[in-house]
Every structure is written in C-alpha cells, then in structure tokens.
Design a protein around this ligand. Structure first.
Ligand code: ZN
Length: 625
C-alpha cells in the first residue's frame, strides 16, 4: 500500500515538473527557434548568436534565428524586446544599463536586459547560472556536454553591485571574457566602449605647465615661500611631470581649465565621465586663499589626518576644501557630464560643510592600506574616510589595489580580504570599482585572482570558497588539492591581526621571517613537488603548476640575494674556502627565468625588469661574491 502510494506520488511529482519545465533540446535536436526584434540592436544580434553558438556546443542542436515578424510558434526563445504579447511585463528602467532578466513563460524562454549590454549579459548569465557553462580565463571555457537540455522554471532578475566594473589584469581584456563577465575598461580595452573621456591626473593636461610656467607662475602651487610652476623628471625617467598642482583659487585657472575641457569634450562628445583631478604628487597649493578653503571645509585638525603614501613624508589629507570648491564650479558648467575628481593622498578625507554637486564623481584610492587584513580592520582611517564619503554622495569610484606592484611575482596572501572589502565598498555607497591588478602578462596567482575579482564585481556575495575550488579543479586538474593547500598555508601565515603590514610596495626580504620563513618555504616546496608530480603527464597542467610555483622561487632568489651567505644566502663556501654561487640557488634561478620566458611573463615589477634582465643582473651579482 505505502509502496504504491509512494510510486504514485513520484509519478505525480515528475508529471508536475515536466509540465513546468522546458525541453530546449532533445538528443541533439530542438524544436525551438530564436526570436529577435524586427529591428535588432547590435547587442541583440550578438546575444542571439552567442545563445545559438553555445546551445550548439552543449547539445549539438542548431536553433535558427528569425525575426519576431514571423507568426508565433509553440517553441520560441525570445531575445530582447521582441513583439510577443507575453514578453511585455517588465520595466526596462529598473534594469538600468546592464541589468538582466531571464524568465520561462509556459514553453517560452525570454532573455532580455537593460539598454546598454543587458541582453548580452542575460545570455551569458543564462549559460553560466542555468546551464553551468564557465569562462575561467580568456583561453579556458568549460562547456558541459548534454544532448538534452531541460530547463526548470526560471525567474531571474539581476542587477550589478557596481555600475562600473573593471578588473585591471592582462588576460581579462579578451573581448569574450569581458562580455561574458560584464566588464568595463576605462581606456576602451577589449572592445568596451569607454564612457571615460579623461580618467585621472588631468591638471597637467587641462592647464599645461609648459605653456604657462614662464608667463603665469601664479597659476601653480605656492609653498615654501614661492610658486612651483616647473616640470621634473617622472618616476621612470621617460619624460617629465609637473612638480606641483594648480592654484585652485585663481579665477584664470578656472577659465583655462573649463576652456580646455570643453575642447576635449567636443572631440569626444559621447563620453560621460571627465576627470578634473590633481597631478600625481602631494605638492598642493598653500597660498592664503587655497589654505583658507582647505581650513574652512576641514572636518578634522591636520594632526588627526596625517598620511603618507609609501613610508614617505607625511602630509595632512585635508586638501579637499579647495579642490571640491573648484571642481563643483567646473561641474556647474558641464551639467550633462559627470566631472570626476580624486580623493587621493592629500585630498582623501571627506570635507565638512561642502558636498559634491550631483554630477561630481569622487574617485577614492586605497593606495596606503595593508592587504593582509580587511580595510575595515587593517586600515581604519581609510574605512572612516570611505564611510564619510558614502554619507555625502553615492557617486563614488573606488580605485583599489590587489597585488604587489613592486614585486609582481612575490607571494601576496590577500585572497581572503577581497570579498569583505568589496562588500564593504558596496555597503558604503560605492557605485564604481576599479580593481588594479597586474596589467603585465603573468604574475602571482594572476588567473585565480583575476577570476575571483571579476566574479565579485557583479556580485560580491558569491560563495567565494566554492568559486575558488571550482576554478582550481579545472585550472590545475589533479594538482588542484596541492595548490589549495599552498594557498591555505600561505594565507594562514599572513600575519593578519599581528600589526604587520602587507603593503603593495613590499618585497620578499621584508617577509623572510613571516610568510616566507625558511620552514614555510620548505613546506611550500614540498607541496609543489607533489603538485608537479601529480600532473607530470599533462604538459599544460604542469606549466600552470610551475607558474603557481614561481613566487616561491622568486622569494628564495630575492632572499638569497639579500642574505648573500648563510643558510639562505646566494653564496656558499667552496673547497678552498672561497665563496662560490650556491648551486641550489643557481638551479632555481635557471628554472625561474626559463619558465618566466616560456610562459611569457612580461615584467617582474609593474614598471621594469623583464625576466631576461632579471637573469642577467642576477648572474652579474653571482659573478662577484
Ligand atoms: Zn592657491
């Protein structure tokens, strides 16, 4: 009796499921047609083709694409704003530029989205969230094979956590990776139509020192008893940069800046964002008028907000009074544009008694923060600045930093803070996020970090552990467990909570007693020996494991060069008591350089040192014990 009851319940359940579900393909064939609007946008066409392509790659079935002028049939997939009476019940304004909407209606599937790329976003999200496809890197796409695709009821509306989403990592700017993950590029990489006319540090373009320094020194910063209109060599000696900033209370400066900005806007009228922001130095104007505005709008005393960028001289970060007074005036003249300015270094602290105009964007930079702890815990001054900005505007772009710029191949255990930081940004009214990773090719954990950041730019609440595990499994194959062990060991020792800063400008030698202690290095090497063994018959996977190991080798080499002799030094004592290069270090150097070159690692620091240059310099060093 009970058996019969169970059986009939099962039949009933399976019948109900069937009634609600859609059989998109069966045994590699499909009764479905893809319907596009009579006048499709370019995005509609791309979205329909992507849908057609991936359904074919998953199941073998090819669905035809036809216009909505065709008489409605029983099996249709609707892409975008199609003329079907069931596909009308949505407010497109709610979806913004990029929001997406996926819904099954009886036997129909409707995929649509906001006016910019929402429809394409919806197709890629459909592939990922409902058909389990994945795009891990530009070259690695995972497509599950299933001849019959059955869809359960779908009612999926998604809006991005941030309206501007950029992962500044070399591999990311593959056009399909960008589209799949709904990314932007401020400079139009990867085919993204950038909304940015000017991005950052634009005082020098808007009022050129070369043009005015001789005739009008009063346009430039006053400090140490004089004006500073000159140019100095820039940090990599490839050109010149302004020595200081503009005098923002000089009325002529406002006129010249607005005139030059208008010329630039006329040349690129489609761009929405225009940066009017300080040059990359902290030499702001301290003339009587500028200083008075800074003081008037300062929410703190200077002593409360003394910052320094990387261990350099300290400055009060209360320069926003004169800057925002100026930028608000510029923004008033360009009401159809968004004028972006920097809350960076000496202008980072939110002011009191003045707020950004509604068309001003605040670009806030976390360059000073430690990376082994969340911003909220590890950099309370930045956290309080962000909270302050979040109270007076919701037009904030955070420029966040996620790697070790001075040593791109050094171990950098910051993976655990990425998610809480991004959630913290969202909670405090940040609307746009620029995550600066490694724009050079290669780099420590580059594929994994780029993927995790990318996923969280759309949704910071993803299951990060599951996402990471899944990535590792596909990317490293049977070595995944070892790479996971390495990541865990490195992060368990990242000194979080011990008051030790993990800076984006640090070096392995600074970490030699902590994350790179002799005993930990031994353990890392053991893990990677096993990892390499586990994929030794799979050359592609082996290369990826060796790439993951490069940071351990780099740390060994850097510490060895610094120590020179001793257990971890680059030299050892030879037969006659003279110093010779330690053969173990030499072997690691060769392996390191060879694998960097083989896998096209372009630089070892953000600014210089190719792998070949590194090898050459290290060999010179070894030749002179
Ligand atoms: Zn001034």
């Amino acid at each position: 009796m009970s058996k019969i009851f169970c059986l009939s319940l099962l039949l009933l359940l399976s019948h109900t499921t069937k009634a609600q579900s859609i059989l998109l393909t069966q045994d590699g064939k499909s009764p479905y047609t893809i319907i596009v609007p009579q006048k499709p946008t370019l995005i509609d066409i791309q979205a329909a083709k992507v849908f057609q392509d991936y359904i074919n790659r998953i199941s073998g079935a090819t669905l035809p694409i036809v216009s909505d002028q065709q008489k409605q049939s029983a099996h249709e997939v609707w892409i975008g704003k199609v003329n079907r009476k069931e596909a009308q019940n949505i407010n497109y304004e709610d979806l913004g530029a990029d929001g997406l909407f996926i819904k099954t209606i009886g036997q129909y599937l409707w995929i649509t989205g906001g006016g910019k790329k929402g429809v394409l976003n919806a197709v890629y999200t459909f592939l990922e969230d409902h058909l389990n496809c994945r795009k891990y890197t530009s070259a690695i796409t995972y497509i599950p094979q299933q001849k019959s695709i059955r869809l359960n009821t779908i009612n999926d509306k998604q809006l991005p956590a941030f309206t501007f989403r950029e992962t500044f990592y070399n591999d990311v700017y593959d056009p399909e990776f960008m589209d799949w993950h709904k990314l932007h590029s401020f400079e139009g990489r990867g085919g993204d139509k950038s909304q940015w006319g000017y991005w950052v540090h634009t005082f020098q373009s808007l009022l050129n020192p070369g043009e005015y320094s001789k005739t009008h020194p009063e346009y430039f910063s006053f400090y140490n008893g004089q004006r500073h209109p000159g140019l100095i060599p820039n940090w990599d000696n490839t050109g010149f940069q302004p020595e200081a900033q503009l005098c923002l209370t000089n009325p002529d400066v406002l006129e010249i800046v607005c005139r030059n900005l208008k010329t630039a806007i006329d040349k690129k009228p489609e761009a929405l964002y225009w940066s009017v922001s300080q040059n990359d130095n902290v030499n702001y104007c301290r003339c009587e008028k500028c200083a008075a505005l800074d003081k008037q709008y300062a929410a703190f005393t200077p002593e409360q907000k003394m910052y320094s960028t990387h261990g350099g001289e300290k400055y009060p970060a209360l320069g926003m009074g004169s800057l925002l007074s100026f930028v608000n005036k510029v923004a008033e003249r360009f009401p159809d544009k968004i004028i972006s300015t920097l809350a960076y270094q000496y202008t980072r602290v939110p002011p009191s008694g003045i707020v950004p105009r509604n068309n001003v964007n605040i670009m806030l930079c976390s360059i000073e923060s430690s990376r082994n702890e969340t911003l909220e815990v590890g950099d309370t001054s930045f956290a309080s600045d962000l909270k302050g900005w979040g109270k007076i505007t919701n037009n904030i772009l955070v420029w966040d930093y996620t790697i070790r710029f001075s040593n791109l191949l050094a171990p950098f255990p910051n993976l655990r803070i990425l998610q809480p930081n991004m959630q913290f940004f969202r909670k405090n009214n940040v609307s746009a996020l620029f995550e600066q990773g490694n724009i050079q090719s290669g780099g420590e954990m580059a594929p994994l970090r780029a993927y995790l950041i990318t996923k969280m730019l759309w949704n910071p609440d993803i299951d990060i552990q599951k996402t990471q595990d899944e990535f590792l499994k596909i990317y490293y194959g049977s070595a995944a467990e070892y790479v996971k062990q390495y990541i865990k060991l490195l992060h368990d020792n990242n000194q979080s909570g011990k008051g030790i800063k993990l800076s984006i400008f640090g070096s392995p030698s600074e970490d030699k007693e902590t994350i790179l202690s002799a005993s930990l290095i031994t353990q890392y090497n053991k893990i990677f020996d096993e990892a390499e063994k586990s994929v030794k018959h799979f050359p592609e996977l082996l290369d990826r494991v060796k790439s993951a190991r490069l940071p351990v080798y780099y740390a060994i080499l850097e510490i060895a060069r610094n120590e020179k002799t001793g257990d971890r030094g680059a030299f050892t004592t030879g037969e006659n008591g003279i110093l010779i290069p330690n053969p173990k270090i030499v072997n690691i150097l060769y392996e390191f350089a060879y694998h960097c070159i083989k896998t096209k690692v372009s630089r070892l620091s953000e600014w210089h040192t190719t792998p070949k240059e590194y090898l050459e310099k290290y060999l010179e060093f070894l030749a002179r014990p």
